[in-house]
Design a protein around this ligand. Sequence first.
Ligand SMILES: NC(=O)C1=CN([C@@H]2O[C@H](COP(=O)(O)OP(=O)(O)OC[C@H]3O[C@@H](n4cnc5c(N)ncnc54)[C@H](OP(=O)(O)O)[C@@H]3O)[C@@H](O)[C@H]2O)[C@@H](O)CC1
Ligand SMILES: [K+]
Length: 499
Amino acid sequence: MRIVTGGEMQNADQYTMDHIGLDGRILMENAGRAAALRLMEDYAGRKFTVLVGSGNNGGDGFVISRTLLEAGFEVTVCIIPGEDRFSGDSEYHKTILEKSGFGWKRYDREDLEKADIIVDAMLGTGLYGEIREPYLTVIRDVTDSGKRVVSIDLPSGVPAAEETVPESALRADHTIILQQPKLSFYLYPARDYYGDSEVLQIGIPKRAIDEVAHSHRFEWTLADTGKHWLKRSASSHKGSHGKVGLIAGNDMMPGAAVMSAGAAVKSGAGLTMVNTVKSAVPVIASRLPEATFYDRDQSLEGFYKGKDAVAVGPGIGTGSDSREMVVDLVDNFDGPLLIDADGLNQFGDILPLVRNRKAPTVITPHPGEMAKLIDSTPAKVNGARFETAEKYARNNGIYVVLKGPYTIVATPDGRTFVNITGNSGLAKGGTGDALTGIILSFLAHYDDVQTAVSSAVFMHGHTADHLLERGIAASSMTASGIIDYMETAFNILDNMQGR
Ligand SMILES: NC(=O)C1=CN([C@@H]2O[C@H](COP(=O)(O)OP(=O)(O)OC[C@H]3O[C@@H](n4cnc5c(N)ncnc54)[C@H](OP(=O)(O)O)[C@@H]3O)[C@@H](O)[C@H]2O)[C@@H](O)CC1
Ligand SMILES: [K+]
């Protein structure tokens, strides 16, 4: 599913009207009707106060009010600006409401008290600048009322794009997003303002969105993962499922190798060879008899030769030998290369070499590592996650997996895929190592790198979500637990119908 900015959504509305010929008034009817039907379903028998702003978001509010009133609901329709401020499609639907025999009134604080549910149709994608009066006061009143708030399209005052969220924006309990998810949905703190959310279609043709959305951002869903899922055939042998090489662990951090190699084995790699220090081998081998080992003191070429994909980084330490290995791989390994964790130390210095690679390069930084790469701070990276990942991927011709809630996969050709699985149980040591193992295994399986990486990120989060559903507390979730449970979570994809 495409993710859009407010500007792109407005351009898609305009394209639909100008080039497809579907009238904006019909789109508004569709939007208001879809939202009202959802409200009726969720809040049967409840009383509503609908807060109507001066733009088209307010126009949706007029349609919602009329639809609820026609269905017999008790609704107070409150306009926030003066009556003379309505125009265009919104004025049209205000007139339809009136001619249908229903009234509206100027907003009064007491109107909030009458309601069980407040419907926020004040500000949507047309927001610009700081929140101004009278909206500022109304938002404060709504917050103070403690009533349940359902926002239409966006919680009023929350920007659709990757921008700072004003403190005074409205915190919704539920947001009915119209047509396409907006970018801010995938960013914190904006995400917290949306509450529970869903996307309802309002009839804007896909063609209109594809024509105007130049940002090429998408959600990567279960359906996407399922569609590309590679099922093992009965006649396959270990060689046909990919030979992967993993450079991980040292004498102080054998666990990182256990996690990443364990995840590679469990996610289908045919042969997993771990390049590590001799002293770590017994520890790793005792946990993972399926892996084979390669002594780190031997030539690196002997290790990567013949591998379908190689990953480097988890627990290798930040010494000069680590850096030498990364440089050697970047320069000489001719397959997909994943660089993670300690492998990313001083990665910025070798970018000219990276840009010269013919085979794909994938990096998996968390915001702290990303900040180091671009000489910034984690806060700044998180304040511009999309921009940062996309720019770095494009400028350097690599795949950037920027970890965090809603992990972003940015491709060298300017596309972005947002992961929607996972939970706070993943915010722990070891889970990144597990992700590296899954990506590595998928890189060896799939022809398309983006599909491999996005599907791996999806399955990592999907497995953690299954654990949560099975009653494992997020605080008690471990990387080992996730790896152990992968066989069950993966089985669901193996058995998915209709792929
Ligand atoms: N046909 C369509 O296009 C369809 C559109 N749809 C719906 O329309 C929404 C977009 O509508 P939109 O573009 O009219 O903008 P919208 O969010 O209502 O706000 C504009 C108003 O807000 C005001 N305002 C702005 N910033 C402000 C601030 N900081 N503080 C205070 N006020 C501020 C601004 O005021 P002014 O410029 O006069 O100061 C203006 O009056 C979209 O989210 C979806 O819900 C659907 O129905 C489908 C069909
Ligand atoms: K709104």
